[in-house]
Write a protein that binds this ligand. Sequence first.
Ligand SMILES: Nc1nc2c(c(=O)[nH]1)N[C@H]1C(S)=C(S)[C@@H](COP(=O)(O)OP(=O)(O)OC[C@H]3O[C@@H](n4cnc5c(=O)[nH]c(N)nc54)[C@H](O)[C@@H]3O)O[C@H]1N2
Ligand SMILES: Nc1nc2c(c(=O)[nH]1)N[C@H]1C(S)=C(S)[C@@H](COP(=O)(O)OP(=O)(O)OC[C@H]3O[C@@H](n4cnc5c(=O)[nH]c(N)nc54)[C@H](O)[C@@H]3O)O[C@H]1N2
Ligand code: SF4
Ligand SMILES: [Mo]
Length: 695
Amino acid sequence: MTESVYSLCFMCSVRCPIRVEVENGQVKWVEGNPHVAGMEGSLCPKGAAGISFQYDDQRVQSPMIREGERGAGQWRKASWDEALDYVADKLKTVIDEHGGHSVVLGERANLATPVSKTFLRAIGSPNHFTHDALCKGSVNSACRSLFGHTDAQMGMDYKNTRHIVLYGRNIFEAVSVKEVNSLMQAIENGAKVTYIDPRVTVTATKAHRYWMIRPGTDLALNYTLMHIILKERLYDTAYVDRWVEGLAELQDFVRSFTPEWGEAETGIPAAEIEALAREISQDKPGVIFHYGYRGAHHVNEIYLRRSILILNALMGSVEAKGGLFFKKGPGEAGGKPARKLVEQEGLPKADKPRFDKVGTPDFPIPDAAHGVPQMLAPAILAEDPYPIKALIINRFDPLKSIPDTNQFKSALEKLDLIVAVDVNYSDLAWYADVILPESTYFERTDGVQQANGLKPQMFLRRQAVGPRYDTREYSVIMQQLAERIGIGQYFPYKTMDDLVNWQLAGTGFTMADFEAKGFVAYGKDQIFWDREAGLKFKTPSGKIEFKSSLLEDAGHASFPDYTPVPAAESGRFRLVVGRVVLHTHVSTQNNPYLHELFPENALWINAAKAAELGIKNDALVEVTSPVGSGVLKAYVTDLIHPEAVFLVHGFGHEAKLAARCYNRGVSDSVLQENITDKVGGSPAFHDTFVTVKAA
Ligand SMILES: Nc1nc2c(c(=O)[nH]1)N[C@H]1C(S)=C(S)[C@@H](COP(=O)(O)OP(=O)(O)OC[C@H]3O[C@@H](n4cnc5c(=O)[nH]c(N)nc54)[C@H](O)[C@@H]3O)O[C@H]1N2
Ligand SMILES: Nc1nc2c(c(=O)[nH]1)N[C@H]1C(S)=C(S)[C@@H](COP(=O)(O)OP(=O)(O)OC[C@H]3O[C@@H](n4cnc5c(=O)[nH]c(N)nc54)[C@H](O)[C@@H]3O)O[C@H]1N2
Ligand code: SF4
Ligand SMILES: [Mo]
């Protein structure tokens, strides 16, 4: 008999709603949830490879305890009791000897994150971090500096946009299914796409206007656009007069950034920059300057993200149909949100500063709800602000997702305990003392997803099939660990159904309500705030703060002098990285189907530069940075700016039991220096220079 289960994909963290067909306890088919607008049955290639992942015998099949040296790959299988007792004993010793704050727990933000935060609060540690800063930390900081909201509280109305400007937001390769479908629909309805990237991507080929910008100069482009928009009064004057704080300061600041200056910095002809400013202004306010994730990551990134958001504000597109919007929660639709474990009464609060000093005068701007993970290795190595002794990592791989792998490895050597919760043999799992395998997304129910947006909803990941191997759900693993170390009272559940029922209590919804379509909605209509009655910015002034109190109160300028990112010295290239449609970051390289389609990465290098260096297409090259090196194939092409070389992120795996992807390609993290935007919090992923030679 075939059964249909509505759930959430987890081949990447976008969490697209899916419909899973199950026959005799096996996953037979998976597709986008047809009841969800924007999904209409579709999946991306990684989502479609979910079945290949489910039945892959190279994922972790049972708890494993290390036998040999760290990283040597000698393991023994353990029972859950044995593995959990082992971790609990070590954790208790670390906490007794060094305090709860010597324990750090990091993860890719996920539906069990409140469980992790509760666990740390209960042991008195402030040291929870998520991947957020690595993905979009300076975007988050920029949003708060202008609107008082985080980027996670904002969204973009792709479907109704008239013109979208993408700064390296390679939306048709680095995908989210709903975004792709919605933007395609807008394009069919006549929307224009401007795409800016030093590399010709699939998105470039679909754009109406493409600029091969000099890498690292998007900020100069935006200052030029602002200069033109203000000089020619192309902005939404009524909106700006009412909602913006600091227009005069901006006007003063951009006076010298003429189109000719912009052309010299960016390589984009002055007349073309003027044409964009005039054209997009005609479509305001339903336009989007996409604030992006990973386009240009430099030490001044927060100012780039602010400049993009300021352009939206000048167009009046903030909280406009076809522009940006603020996500509405259940409260705004007359409903109640799910209960949060971390908001339980009596849960202690840590009294020590965080390992990354976020929230202290040393690092005041980044979001303490996420922290700054790339500060972890330096903090461990310097024992500053204090010694860190135990690291628990869930659904994240710091050895591949934090710049400077060699630095992170030396930090690991100083720890008494390393625990990895993963579905695969990640590189971190390979270096861990204990691996606790999680059940896959097909095999588990997760905590509810509160999906705020124009229409607030709640989604549920539902178990479709039983676990194939000896695996458990992370939330259950943490509850079982909590009981063993004497903090079980903060985990009022034994099973995932208990937890979901606890979360739903008081919302008016039950688990059964999710069965028909996989989600529940708080209301029928889209909610936009009334632009006449008033917008609800959370800044101290209640306005969009071009002149930012968040920044200035912390001693940072709202408009610091423009300093160009350093140019590459002769013989060197700026290393830029990104995603490919067939893989998720660092986690799918061993997937049987996806591996077959894209087994390793290659180094994109400009054809003229390659000729100078005697490098041939497909030949091996050695890439060397100040912190690491690697050998991989060259992809010689005219489709990349001569100052940059490009690498797909996520390859060069070290765990031998992930046999298909083991040692294929090169990891960008090995090459990247650990440099940070010290105001906004993101790593400056694109500020490493490399040399390239035939290998
Ligand atoms: N297939 C797939 N899709 C994904 C993901 C995935 O892993 N795989 N991950 C999801 C996640 S978490 C994220 S954050 C998003 C990331 O989404 P994007 O940020 O769109 O993805 P990237 O591939 O990192 O794209 C970065 C682009 O920036 C370009 N770039 C480099 N330097 C510059 C510069 O100076 N200026 C400009 N304008 N561009 C520059 C690079 O050439 C590259 O094409 O993708 C999401 N979707
Ligand atoms: N050098 C470098 N670093 C980067 C980036 C880059 O481009 N270059 N990109 C940054 C960005 S945008 C992001 S979003 C982050 C992403 O960083 P990560 O979160 O580290 O990357 P992912 O590939 O999403 O997943 C990491 C781990 O989650 C595991 N996993 C998958 N599903 C499950 C599950 O159901 N349960 C458990 N417990 N584990 C699971 C995978 O096996 C994998 O080991 O990396 C950031 N770091
Ligand atoms: S974008 Fe693809 S891999 Fe990610 S959740 Fe959606 S379908 Fe799954
Ligand atoms: Mo990301």
